[in-house]
Design a binder for this molecule. Structure first.
Ligand SMILES: Nc1ncnc2c1ncn2[C@@H]1O[C@H](COP(=O)(O)OP(=O)(O)OP(=O)(O)O)[C@@H](O)[C@H]1O
Ligand SMILES: O=C(O)c1ccc[n+]([C@@H]2O[C@H](COP(=O)([O-])O)[C@@H](O)[C@H]2O)c1
Length: 197
């Protein structure tokens, strides 16, 4: 494995939480812990993005975002990585293809908040993403119901697992996705940036 890339042996179940983390906050920690438990994951990797392809303004510098994210985590199962920047990738479809090549035999699950599910159908090759990797959508205030009615949710409705089957998601044939309800956190990076300004 190249330097700077996390290690993972075949058979591990790893949730990937992609985001700007500008800055990371307790909402990210909460959904990571819920995903670890409810999806029976071994690890969650925070994939600190060089920048969301759909957002017009880039986030703050990557090293600062990484350092702040690491300071927030006190669970050895959660790991922060800049592998997307190291690979020179930005589109999630490309990142997931690279992960499959780099880590054969690892069971990856894409994690995202329900706000992202609402606009998932605008992502580059979103159907390919859903065909490549199981997806867990974590409820977030204001978008939980909209996520259930989103274009992606309706398109993929035949492949939705009930929450009671969430533990099976990581090794399920794709497409497969689940919507996880949880005691929701209203925290957001936008709100924290406003508070800092
Ligand atoms: N409070 C939260 N509850 C559920 N999911 C969340 C929460 N905060 C962030 N997420 C999810 O975590 C992932 C990374 O989030 P991101 O780094 O963009 O933080 P954010 O708070 O959504 O930032 P911003 O306000 O700048 O959009 C996304 O899939 C997002 O939906
Ligand atoms: O690939 C895409 O088209 C795409 C479009 C929007 C968002 N994403 C990814 O979704 C993750 C969450 O983005 P954000 O900006 O909400 O933190 C992050 O990993 C982005 O790279 C990816």
């Amino acid at each position: 494995m190249r330097t700077g890339f996390p290690l993972a042996r075949p058979g591990l179940r790893i949730g990937i939480l992609g985001g700007s983390f500008d800055p990371a906050h307790a909402g990210h920690v909460l959904i990571s812990k819920v995903a670890l438990r409810r999806l029976k994951l071994d690890r969650v990797w925070w994939l600190v993005s060089p920048g969301n392809p759909l957002k017009p303004h880039g986030p703050g510098p990557l090293p600062q975002r990484m350092a702040a994210a690491r300071r927030l985590i006190h669970d050895p199962r959660i790991l922060v990585t800049d592998l997307e920047a190291r690979l020179g990738l930005r589109m999630t479809a490309d990142t997931l293809a690279a992960l499959a090549r780099l880590y054969p035999g690892v069971h990856f699950v894409w994690l995202m908040g329900s706000d992202n599910m609402v606009q998932f159908h605008h992502w580059d090759r979103w159907r390919q993403i859903a065909a490549d990797v199981p997806i867990a959508v974590l409820a977030r205030p204001g978008s939980r119901l909209a996520a259930r009615q989103s274009v992606a949710a309706l398109t993929l409705r035949a492949f939705r697992l009930p929450e009671t089957r969430a533990r099976a998601l990581a090794t399920r044939a794709t497409p497969a996705w689940v919507l996880l309800n949880l005691p929701m956190s209203g925290l957001s990076s936008t709100q924290l940036r406003k508070g800092r300004a």
